[in-house]
Design a protein around this ligand. Sequence first.
Ligand SMILES: *Cc1c(COP(=O)(O)O)cnc(C)c1O
Length: 374
Amino acid sequence: MKRFFLGMAAKYGALRQTARHTFCHGRESDIKELKKYLGERYSGEAITCKNGRSGLALALRAFFKRGEKVLVNGFTCYAVYEGIQAAGLIPVFVDISQEDLNFDYQALEKAAKESQASGIIIQNSLGNPVDIERIESLAKKYHLTIIEDLAHSAGVKYGDGREAGTVGAAVAFSFGKDKSVDTVNGGAVVFREEMKRKVEMPHERARVSDTLRARFYPMLAGLCRGLTAIHLGGILMRLLVKIHWVEKSADNHLDTTRQISRFEARLALEQFRGFREAGERPIREFVLVREREKVLEMLKKAGYYFDSIWYKKPVAPERYYKKVHFNEAECPSSVYIAEHIINLPTYYSRGDLKRAREIIKPYIINEGKNGKVE
Ligand SMILES: *Cc1c(COP(=O)(O)O)cnc(C)c1O
């Protein structure tokens, strides 16, 4: 029974949050208010949209011509690739560092010099800020337009004190599952500089089916996590995916014509306002481990639902990896990290994760900047 509740992460806070999500009522004015808030906070013109990848596509369309190249973190999710592709651009994946999962700056300089890219997408992986001054000077030297992707890092501060999202020509947000602002779906863009191209903006309402799925996801996911204790969680989750009650994050379609759901706009606004100060948001921890499959198996036995390790390939999930035509020889470190990383899910509290940390500890190869497995 204890494991059931551990799985459900049924602390008072988590239950309350799930109830708030499920029963939140949103109005058209919440979308307007969210836009206003983002526009002010990030000094630009804000629009909201269906998800992060659609937002990224809109940002890229506004600043680049089809066929141009953009430098991208060599460790990312398929959503980013989809956004780049929808804008007709060519991604140049750059190798990353084990410390913070951000660009390896030598590899970045080399790529900037050799690829003739016209832009760079900053990811601030898992909430670790990039060395922004270094990137800005590189961007200046090689004439790169900076786009910030804040899916992992809304509220985070760069080393020089500026907030993430206050540097690039445009800033894309994802409010998807496990992102720093999580309303299950939803996205936004803030255009901070004058757009170079005219872009058609989202004008259609969110689909009812998408809204319903987003609304019930936290409840269903909590139930599944709880049921892993009696080995039924995985089965139920697979069933829910099959009957389309739950959509895997990677399968969420890019659609730049659709709006965010109204209740998601309301929740996103609440979460943004809840950041008391920049950088306060919980950052997902990661560690690199030996024998990852074995460690995951042990975690499962201890009642943890840890399947969302996020990355098995440099561009996750694995089932879409082939489509990306990732050049592994250019990004050896990204490949290595993808094979050894474990992310500590944010749906458990620090206390809940104590046992998990003990299990992981003997297998650690490297703890990243934010991987503090005590
Ligand atoms: C998840 C993610 C996105 C966008 O995801 P959506 O599912 O389209 O909202 C963008 N960038 C990064 C780095 C992400 O991890």
